[in-house]
Design a protein around this ligand. Structure first.
Ligand SMILES: Cc1cc2nc3c(=O)[nH]c(=O)nc-3n(C[C@H](O)[C@H](O)[C@H](O)COP(=O)(O)OP(=O)(O)OC[C@H]3O[C@@H](n4cnc5c(N)ncnc54)[C@H](O)[C@@H]3O)c2cc1C
Length: 469
């Protein structure tokens, strides 16, 4: 049972902290409206998950309040935490901070201890997944972050007349066009591409026989069934474990490598040098680091792995890429180099691809966006197609033009998704990267807003006449 009075006390302390730190207090961005009188937002943030909320709170701390966060999901269902994530706890260590932006009393630990006590926190091995979602909900409410849910951002377009973005949004079937000087895409880990279903699956199998781990899965219906899982990363194992605990008769996990990786590069990445200065490296250096990290591979958290292998009806198949899948008598027959096997249902732990042309928000802009393949040619033994499609972002996560002059407004659009990995390291779509990445996005936006209005600011200085005596 959470101790509400503890939370009230924490909020009082936090309000005091923010009051103590409230300098300079005055709003400074000069409001703009369109010729037709429509107000222009300073910043629109697409995505109300941890990333979008943290960027919004960073902007508000810098006295930019003419902002709006929109999320296509209903309130409380932002991100994966209460939708398709199926692990009992976060995968990141509990001490990893991020959304707090350096305010100790805004951390998940302070929030947790205020309600359940320090001892309970000490006894906590990892933060439960839904507790993290609760923390984000409180964070949003306490900071008064303006979020509009059930609202989907459509194809962005630059409005040359108003020098801002036209942002079509749809809320429960009603479409309107918002105007915003800056837009942040905090649209999730798949926000620079999409969750990927291999072509031979979607073309050969009816949808009733498979699901990607990012989709809704009726695990009750898998009771007594034989399940095949493609991939052996964290989500593949999470789903295998839920299928096992839901009573599947057998679960088989397939992966390409000979053995499962058991070293997590994310734990290596959690150091200040990498988190804060990876972006300062040369193109060749950034490429080699991320290629190494990608080649080290994804792995299930230790607890998930141990829990899965404890099941006698759980089987792992290394060096077993799926070469084909076909529907045979209502079952799925998969073919690997070693054999063919039949399953009642298959789950795809195949992650996501990076490809901006797949993003609905970017259809009108993508052709002009600079990508790594436009700037860097990797050595023959260091090729990686997905990495070459990563956007070549600026130091504040801003998009850049493919050719100078083709779309000079692109730096007003910020990519705070996992697509930032090659350009800036861990940033969007990871808790581990937030501490050092949120300030970079926020500072990039404040810098642009101030510099774009420098004439207006100078005029306000020239007319400034607050008499001291
Ligand atoms: C299953 C899973 C488990 C993970 N576990 C961890 C972990 O333990 N530790 C860790 O550090 N990281 C983890 N991650 C990685 C990462 O931290 C999460 O993906 C996290 O949710 C990213 O936060 P975000 O705010 O960037 O994106 P999200 O939380 O995904 O939020 C993005 C939001 O954008 C909205 N959106 C998308 N497109 C639009 C649009 N066009 N218009 C309006 N809204 C839109 C979505 O509805 C969503 O709510 C995990 C990821 C997954 C998928």
């Amino acid at each position: 049972m959470s101790n509400q009075s503890g939370l009230v006390a924490l909020e009082a302390t936090l309000s005091r902290d923010m009051e103590l730190l409230n300098y300079p207090a005055k709003p400074w961005v000069l409001p703009r409206s369109a010729a037709n009188g429509q107000a222009i937002l300073d910043v629109l943030v697409a995505g109300g998950g941890q990333g979008g909320l943290a960027v919004a709170s960073g902007l508000m701390q810098r006295k930019i309040s003419n902002i709006l966060v929109v999320d296509k999901n209903p309130q409380g269902s932002e991100g994966p935490w209460r939708t398709f994530a199926r692990m009992p706890t976060l995968r990141t260590p509990k001490h990893v901070t991020g959304p707090d932006q350096g305010n100790p009393n805004l951390t998940i630990r302070a929030w947790y201890e205020a309600q359940w006590g320090a001892e309970s926190w000490d006894n906590l091995k990892l933060v439960p997944r839904t507790t993290w979602a609760q923390y984000l909900e409180w964070y949003r409410k306490f900071l008064g972050i303006p979020v509009r849910n059930d609202t989907t951002v459509g194809a962005l377009e630059w409005n040359h007349a108003e020098r801002c973005f036209s942002v079509p949004v749809q809320t429960k079937g009603t479409t309107e066009v918002l105007l915003a000087r800056k837009v942040v895409l905090a649209t999730g880990i798949d926000g620079s591409g999409r969750w990927e279903v291999p072509g031979f699956i979607s073309s050969n199998l009816p949808k009733t026989l498979y699901a990607h781990t990012s989709e809704h899965i009726d695990f009750e219906a898998l009771k007594g069934k034989r399940i095949g899982v493609m991939g052996a990363g964290a989500s593949a194992f999470d789903n295998a474990l839920v299928a096992l605990s839901s009573g599947a008769s057998e679960v088989h996990v397939f992966y390409r490598r000979r053995t499962l990786p058991n070293v997590n590069p994310f734990r290596w990445m959690e150091n200040i040098g990498f988190l804060d200065h990876f972006a300062d490296l040369s193109d060749a250096e950034r490429w080699r680091f991320i290629l190494q990290i990608v080649r080290m591979g994804q792995l299930p958290p230790q607890a998930t792995y141990t829990a899965a292998v404890a099941h006698s009806n759980f089987h792992m198949h290394g060096e077993s890429p799926w070469l084909n899948a076909e529907a045979v008598d209502g079952k799925v027959r998969i073919t690997t180099p070693n054999n063919t096997m039949d399953f009642d249902y298959v789950i795809l732990g195949t992650g996501f691809v990076t490809d901006l042309s797949l993003r609905p928000e970017l259809v009108k802009l993508e052709p002009n966006i600079l990508l790594w393949k436009d700037r860097y040619s990797a050595p023959a033994d260091a090729q990686n197609e997905d990495m070459s499609r990563h956007p070549y972002l600026g130091s504040s996560f801003e998009f850049q033009e493919k050719t100078p002059g083709c779309a000079p407004y692109l730096p007003s659009l910020f990519n705070y998704t996992y697509g930032c990995l090659l350009s800036l390291g861990l940033g969007g779509a990871s808790i581990s990267g937030m501490k050092y990445s949120v300030p970079k996005v926020v500072r990039g936006i404040t810098r642009q807003l101030f510099m774009e209005d420098s004439d207006l600011h100078f005029a306000s200085l020239q007319t400034f006449d607050a008499k001291e005596f």
